[in-house]
Design a protein around this ligand. Structure first.
Ligand SMILES: C[C@H](O)[C@H](O)[C@H]1CNC2=NC(N)=NC(=O)C2=N1
Length: 123
């Protein structure tokens, strides 16, 4: 499902930026339906597990998500295992969820969908 979130850029998040309300989270979740909202150490996080044929493909995806994070200045927690990658987004500064996290989740889906369409360019 195409969402317009993928077209947005992350905004510089300030310490006093407001956390998303439950209602806003419920609304944004519809844009990234394959992501779950978990709570870790009292902090709500957006999380999805991606599947791959082997560790090398999981690692390539991890690298691409990392490059995206660097471009946007917004970084995930990533657990890379044989055949699967768990990506978690939240905003450290506000110890909660920000629109940036949903933008990045949508962009992460975009990377997965494009990588799933065939071998990566480097073969
Ligand atoms: C200085 C640097 O830009 C900030 O620490 C950025 C880096 N990446 C970040 N990533 C996430 N997920 N949350 C943040 O609050 C955050 N802050």
């Amino acid at each position: 499902m195409k969402t317009t979130l993928t077209k947005e850029r992350c905004v510089a998040c300030r310490k006093d930026a407001p956390r998303l309300t439950d209602a806003e989270i419920a609304q944004l979740r519809k844009e990234v339906p394959l992501w779950k909202v978990e709570e870790r150490d009292g902090i709500p996080i957006l999380e999805r597990v991606f599947s791959f044929p082997d560790f090398a493909a999981a690692l390539r995806f991890t690298q691409r998500v990392g490059e995206l994070a660097e471009q946007e200045g917004h970084h995930p927690a990533i657990l890379t295992e044989w055949g699967k990658v768990t990506v978690s987004w939240w905003t450290h500064k506000i110890r909660g969820l920000h629109r940036n996290d949903f933008v990045m989740a949508a962009k992460t889906d975009g990377i997965y969908e494009s990588s799933a369409k065939g071998p990566s360019p480097e073969g």
